[in-house]
Design a protein around this ligand. Structure first.
Ligand code: FES
Length: 157
């Protein structure tokens, strides 16, 4: 993405804000929604727009887990690590997912196809252990089903 692309997209994001310091978090959220992560160049522009030090913008972005400083994959895989899923073996599902994707939780595959994350509970405890790929939920997961759901998701896209 060129500097001009970043600036064009940001111009549009900034048009919804007044440039006040208390807008930092919503501004970061909207920027992330646009880019799917927070590019360093965007954070510099945000600091300028809000008249605050770049270190403050960077500090807030790294403090909250919702903000991603590296590009996300095309698909987001989330393995539930809540209690119900944990007692039914979610750590084995996660380990198998890490093995098949070749990344650890929190990382993105080199081809940017998948980002692997963990979540506390997705509200489908009856189906534990659960996981999601984008908006699709997969229940009663086993290590054997991991390859199957990854195959499904690649056909979907
Ligand atoms: S603990 Fe996993 S869905 Fe609730």
């Amino acid at each position: 993405m060129t500097k001009a692309d970043v600036q064009d997209k940001l111009k549009e994001v900034f048009s919804h804000f007044h440039g006040e310091q208390q807008e930092l978090i919503p501004l970061l959220q909207e920027t992330q929604a646009r880019f799917r992560y927070l590019p360093a160049a965007a954070m510099r522009e945000i600091a300028r727009f809000l008249h605050m030090p770049e270190a403050t913008v960077y500090g807030v972005s790294t403090f909250y887990a919702q903000f991603k400083l590296t590009p996300l994959g095309k698909r987001i895989v989330r393995v539930c690590r809540g209690t119900a899923c944990h007692v039914r073996g979610s750590s084995k599902v996660l380990a198998e997912m890490e093995k098949q994707l070749g990344v650890k939780a929190g990382e993105t595959t080199e081809d940017r196809e998948y980002t692997l994350e963990t979540v506390a509970c997705i509200g489908a405890c009856a189906l534990a252990p659960t996981m999601t790929i984008d908006s699709e939920t997969y229940g009663k997961m086993t290590t054997k089903k991991v390859a199957e759901v990854l195959g499904d998701s690649s056909k979907a896209g």
